[in-house]
Design a protein around this ligand. Structure first.
Ligand SMILES: Nc1ncnc2[nH]cnc12
Ligand SMILES: [Zn+2]
Length: 334
C-alpha cells in the first residue's frame, strides 16, 4: 500500500466520528436503548435534508457517551482511522454543552478525550490539539458558563470554536465569550457561511477576531469578501462531503473548491462528521480529486495549506517537518 498524502485535519467534530457499531456497543455497555433495531437501520437514517436534520440525529446518538473510557475509545478510534488516511496532525472539535446538558461533567469529556490525545503520537503518529466549541443555538450565557467550567482544563485546550445551527445565530451573539476566551490565551475559530450568509463570515472576523473560518463556503457569493479573505490569507476549513450530504450543494462536481483555489483562497479540505457523511479526510481528498479533476499540484497545495493553517505555531520545527513531507510526497508512487 502506498503512503497517503500527509495532511492535517482542522475541521473534525469528535462526536461526528461515532460509527454505528461503536454507538451500539456503548449503548449496550451503558444501558441506553437506541430507537433503531441495528446498525443497518441506523445507517438508513443518514439521509439529511439540511444541517438541522443532521444535528437532530447527531445529538440523539450522543446519549451513548457516558464515561471517561467512552470518550477515550471514541477519540482513539478516530485517530487510528485518520492516521491510516495520512493525517499527521489533527485539531479536534468537541461540544461540551451537548454532554453537560445530559448530566455528563465537562471533566469526564475532556479527561476522556485527553487520554486518547496524550497517546496519539506514540500509538498513531498523530499530533493533536483540542478545540472546545460553543453551541450557537444555545445562549451566550451558557457559552460563558461553559468557558468558566473549562478553566481547570485549559492546559488541554488550544482554542474555542462555534458550531450547531447557524442561521439566526450570528457570530456577534458571542462577542463577550470570545473576548473572554482571548483573554485566557485561547485561539479562536468559528463556523460561518455554511448555511449562514457571507456577512456571518465578516462578523466572525471583525467581531470575534477568529483566525480561521470553518466552512466559509458561502463567501463565493460575495466577491468583495473573497478578495479580503485572499488578501488576509484567512484559512477556510471546507468540508465538501458534508456540503453534499447536508444539501448545501447538489453534487460534489458542483463544489466550488477548484475555483476557490484558483482565486487564491487558503482552502483546506476536511471531513466534518465522517461517520455521518460518507468518508474520512483521506476519502474526502480522493473524492474531490476525482469529482473536480484536481491535479497533483492542487492536491499538494491542499496538504500544504492544512499544515500552514494549523495551530502549530508553538512547534514550528514540527510544522516544517510536516511541510517537508508534503513537498517530498511522490504522486508517482501512488
Ligand atoms: N457541519 C456542522 N455545522 C455546524 N455544527 C456542527 N456540529 C457538527 N457538525 C456541524
Ligand atoms: Zn463542522
Amino acid at each position: 500500500m502506498p503512503l497517503p498524502l500527509p495532511k492535517a485535519e482542522l475541521h473534525l467534530h469528535i462526536e461526528g466520528t461515532l460509527e454505528p457499531e461503536l454507538a451500539f456497543a456503548l449503548a449496550a455497555r451503558n444501558g441506553v436503548t437506541l430507537p433503531y433495531a441495528d446498525t443497518e437501520q441506523l445507517r438508513e437514517a443518514y439521509l439529511f435534508s439540511d444541517l438541522q436534520s443532521f444535528l437532530d440525529l447527531y445529538y440523539e446518538l450522543m446519549a451513548v457517551l457516558h464515561t471517561v473510557d467512552d470518550f477515550t475509545e471514541l477519540a482513539d478510534a478516530y485517530l487510528a482511522r485518520a492516521a491510516a488516511q495520512g493525517v499527521r496532525h489533527a485539531e479536534i472539535f468537541f461540544d461540551p454543552q451537548a454532554h453537560t446538558a445530559r448530566g455528563i461533567p465537562i471533566g469526564t469529556v475532556i479527561e476522556g478525550l485527553a487520554r486518547a490525545l496524550d497517546g496519539a503520537e506514540e500509538r498513531h503518529g498523530v499530533s493533536t490539539r483540542l478545540i472546545m466549541c460553543f453551541l450557537r443555538d444555545e445562549s451566550a450565557e451558557s457559552a460563558m458558563a461553559t468557558l468558566e467550567a473549562a478553566k481547570p482544563y485549559l492546559h488541554r485546550i488550544t482554542g474555542v470554536g462555534l458550531d450547531s445551527a447557524e442561521v439566526g445565530h450570528p457570530p456577534s451573539k458571542f462577542r463577550e465569550v470570545y473576548a473572554a476566551a482571548e483573554a485566557l490565551g485561547l485561539r479562536k475559530v468559528a463556523h460561518a457561511g455554511e448555511e449562514g450568509p457571507p456577512d456571518y463570515i465578516r462578523e466572525a472576523l471583525d467581531v470575534l477576531g477568529v483566525e480561521r473560518i470553518d466552512h466559509g463556503l458561502r463567501c463565493v457569493e460575495d466577491p468583495e469578501l473573497v478578495e479580503r479573505l485572499v488578501r488576509e490569507r484567512v484559512p477556510l476549513t471546507l468540508c465538501p462531503l458534508s456540503n453534499v450530504r447536508l444539501r448545501a450543494i447538489d453534487v460534489l462536481e458542483d463544489h466550488p473548491l477548484a475555483s476557490m483555489l484558483e482565486a487564491g483562497l487558503m482552502a483546506t479540505v476536511n471531513s466534518d462528521d465522517p461517520a455521518y457523511f460518507g468518508g474520512y479526510v483521506g476519502d474526502t481528498f480522493d473524492a474531490v480529486r476525482g469529482a473536480l479533476g484536481l491535479d497533483r499540484e492542487q492536491m499538494r497545495t491542499l496538504a500544504r495549506n492544512s499544515f500552514e493553517a494549523s495551530f502549530l505555531d508553538d512547534d514550528e520545527d514540527r510544522r516544517a517537518r510536516y511541510l517537508a513531507e508534503v513537498e517530498a510526497y511522490d504522486f508517482d508512487a501512488e
